[in-house]
Write a protein that binds this ligand. Sequence first.
Ligand SMILES: Nc1ncnc2c1ncn2[C@@H]1O[C@H](COP(=O)(O)OP(=O)(O)OP(=O)(O)O)[C@@H](O)[C@H]1O
Length: 331
Amino acid sequence: MKKEKINIELKQLSVGYKQPGEAPLEILKNVNLTAAPGEMVALIGSNGIGKSTLLRTLAGFQPWFAGGIRIGDKGLKALGPKETAQTISFVSTENIRVPNLSVFDLVAFGRFPYTNWIGMLSEEDTSIVEEAIEKVGLCGFEHRSVMQISDGERQRAMIARALAQDTPVIILDEPTAYLDVSNKYEIFHLLQLLAGEKGKTVVLSTHDLNIALREVDKLWIVTESGNYQGAPEDAALKGWLNHLFKNENIGFDEKEGEFFFKKEFRAKVRVEGEGLPLIWTLRALNRKGYQIVMQAEPDFRVVVKENCWQLESGNTTIEFQSIYRLLAFLE
Ligand SMILES: Nc1ncnc2c1ncn2[C@@H]1O[C@H](COP(=O)(O)OP(=O)(O)OP(=O)(O)O)[C@@H](O)[C@H]1O
């Protein structure tokens, strides 16, 4: 199979769980989604909608009820176990807790589809494993037990294992779940490189919506009322991001390109100033539930100066040395 030709097509797919003695539990149905080579796709949707179920099915770990999955030019069912392992790698959030298993050994499992029957690593396998460890920033951790590393480090090791597996399709279930914000961006960039430079198809589920919107080529959005696929920007323009959550207090700010929590406004405020201090003052007031007005009559004014904030209400002006103090006074 030529790597360049690999892509993913889910057609009228229905996924879920068989339940002994009960009717099958259908979680998602009529799913029609595609991903091209070199594309990074984020699967997004609310908790419990079926993202993990869909990804596990796509990775070949559980059977589906109806429809089809095509990987490259073959149906997923037509791939044997070895060919599947050479085509699709899967990273889950599952906590690997095996005593005496080193980071190196965990990553080396990725070479299993290529090694001989006793699992001996060739020199080339070893250097692929070392390169994968380096790519995820885990140099120096090779001999550490997987029981003695942080959740974030374990997550990176699992991603390194997928890199070592060197498959044209990489599927990751919440790969950034345990990472701090700088590591989240690093992992997104690493996956972007794999997609862009190596032509791999990367599909990941995530709740880091604001990062995904800025970093991925395509969104797969699953909701109770239907599914969407396309560029994040098209999703925003078509209003899909507004309907992602059942909670009507979560909104999507189309101008900022960010999700936010809707609050009742406490008062109207007009803010004057410029540059970054103005931007962060607006953000802070917004966070605290003040409506920023330009034309309407405000309840009070805030003037942002170089190193201080003036609150003007009626004939009174009070000066504050930080946004924190201004907000504390307003409380
Ligand atoms: N083994 C199982 N048997 C039966 N139902 C299951 C099983 N695993 C998950 N489910 C159910 O399937 C539904 C979808 O779960 P899934 O984990 O796929 O959602 P998700 O979108 O990944 O959620 P989250 O964002 O919270 O991780 C849930 O209602 C869940 O309870």
